[in-house]
Design a protein around this ligand. Structure first.
Ligand code: NFE
Length: 522
């Protein structure tokens, strides 16, 4: 048996490494380590609860809208209010726009280079005619005349890379199209960010998200501008993103058997009616193929293998985070969230599986269409390739929903519900960030924040072994992954990236002002 350490895993958010035990050309077992250490929950203690929505957004620059919304929801829950119609719709619009930028970022700019042969464009260096021969729009995005960048220069940031040609897709037309879409996706992402800013003021940290809703009353010009942007993003999602994912799934048939994990949790998201429990992406658990209702009291965080001295298996409303850098047996800063004692995968695939199992007609239709276009079954989608597919399906569904929500917004009507902070109270906000289930829990005492805890998507997915020694979802999904070349463990890196990990989100506990440890940086 040999040991491989990939440190750091690149093209993700934050600092993550994996340690793999490899036997007979496959991963036998894996340890996933969150190597960064930050501070947020402690920063919130003693503050006015209304400040939480702004401070919590700083946890991450990729998913600040979801942290802002969950933070607002937990304070609103403690105050006993829910947003009004415009507040709900405008939050949905901001969050859905954030999902679009995040999913497109993940597929094209973080994950695609695991598969796409970037050097395909070198074959046509300086030869725009050849590029035109492949696809007119590809030429318009990649042309040296247009961009002023030579093909060799354009490749440079992506080289060196794992392996040789063996890992990469050989279909030149697919490669050229994917590279052209990589370039186009930069522009589309910028436009998705702009759409977020139309509803909540700016990105990444939205000043217009406030407890009780949003601060900006919607007007005709804002809604018209959003429609224009949406048309362009929808065209990209439907004509490039979804077809590229289908093509990738067909070109990599083995990836339905890799990266598999079978238990899914979704808090649900996008309140789609006056009843806040009416969620477009449903809430629930799917375990062993069976759907169950979610009971938030079953959520705990275990820390036997995490660098914390606090008691293990606490519910997050009672959560503690006492760092212990040298704790024996600990190998990560990520805690191990468990549902009824079990690890759960969260994220787009979990939402799609929970939604499909709950009978959501939109999800079912798109999942069935994609599975049939690729020629695979629903169980095969619960895999590495399924995570890419789920993001593309969600993007398509959300483009449609954004259009519907824009129709429902009432111009000139108030988007914020007033709330009064109680002297004492508890609140919880459960929803879905682009990467999966996100929960914020607050306790208020004397009108100030007394306790604050978040469990974010990557904490679930990249969790370590728990108190019973059971590995986390990413660790289990890595087991069995082929390692065809131990010097180039590309297959394992691909599996990790399908989860779209964000370590900035996953680890955010520090004791303000206290020295944790001393490090020498060489
Ligand atoms: Ni920093 Fe985040 C999302 C959250 S992931 S990206 O999406 O919450 O753990």
């Amino acid at each position: 048996m040999s040991k491989i350490v990939i440190d750091p895993i690149t093209r993700i958010e934050g600092h993550l490494s994996v340690e793999l035990d490899v036997e007979a050309g496959r991963v036998k077992s894996a340890r996933v380590r969150g190597d960064m250490f930050r501070g947020f929950e402690q920063i919130l203690i003693g503050r006015n609860p209304f400040d939480a929505v702004q401070i919590a957004q700083r946890i991450c620059g990729v998913c600040p809208i979801s942290h802002g919304i969950e933070s607002s929801r937990c304070v609103e829950n403690a105050c006993g209010v829910v947003p009004n119609k415009n507040g709900r719709l405008l939050r949905n619009l901001a969050l859905a726009s954030n999902y679009l930028q995040s999913h497109i970022l993940h597929f094209y700019h973080l994950a695609a280079l695991d598969f796409v042969d970037i050097t395909a464009i070198l074959k046509y260096s300086g030869n725009d005619e050849k590029l035109n021969y492949l696809k007119a729009w590809a030429a318009s995005e990649l042309s040296e005349k247009k961009t002023g960048v030579s093909a060799a220069t354009a490749c440079a940031p992506f080289l060196p890379r794992y392996g040789g040609d063996g890992f990469y897709i050989k279909d030149t037309e697919f490669n050229i199209a994917a590279i052209a879409h990589y370039v186009k996706a930069l522009d589309i992402r910028m436009k998705a960010h702009r759409m977020v800013a139309l509803f909540v003021g700016r990105v990444p940290h939205a000043i217009g998200l406030v407890t009780g809703g949003v601060s900006k009353t919607p007007d005709k010009a804002t809604l018209a501008a959003a429609r224009n942007i949406l048309a362009e993003i929808s065209e990209f999602v439907n004509s490039s993103y979804v077809p590229d994912v289908v093509a990738l799934a067909k070109l990599l048939p083995g990836y339905t058997e890799v990266g598999r994990f079978g238990d899914f949790l979704a808090y649900g998201e996008f309140p789609d009616g006056p009843d806040e429990k009416d969620l477009y992406f449903p809430r629930g658990i799917v375990s062993g193929g069976k759907r169950m209702a979610l009971d938030p009291s079953e959520i705990t965080e275990q820390v036997l293998h995490s660098r914390y001295s606090s008691p293990s298996n606490l519910h997050p409303s009672l959560g503690q985070t006492e760092p212990a850098v040298d704790k024996s047996g600990a190998y990560t800063w990520i805690k191990a969230p468990r549902y009824a004692g079990k690890p759960m995968e969260v994220g787009p695939l979990a939402r799609i599986i929970v939604g499909y199992t709950a009978g959501n007609a939109d999800i079912k239709k798109e999942v069935d269409a994609l599975a049939s276009a690729v020629g695979i079954t629903l169980p095969q989608l619960q895999s590495a390739i399924g995570r890419h597919a789920a993001r593309a399906i969600e993007s398509k569904l959300l483009c449609r929903k954004i259009s519907g929500w824009l129709d429902q917004v009432e111009e000139g009507e108030k988007p914020r519900q007033e709330c009064a902070i109680p002297d004492k109270g508890e609140g919880v906000g459960l929803g879905e960030a682009a990467r999966g289930a996100l929960g914020h829990w607050i306790s208020v005492k004397d009108g100030k924040i007394d306790r604050y805890q978040c469990i974010v998507p990557t904490t679930w997915n990249a969790s370590p072994r728990d108190d019973n020694g059971v590995a986390g979802p990413m660790e289990q999904a890595l087991a069995g992954t082929p390692v065809s070349d131990e010097k180039n463990p590309m297959e394992a890196a691909r599996v990790v990236r399908t989860f779209d990990p964000c370590l900035a989100c996953a680890i955010h506990s520090v004791k303000a002002g206290a020295e944790i440890a001393r490090f020498r940086v060489c």
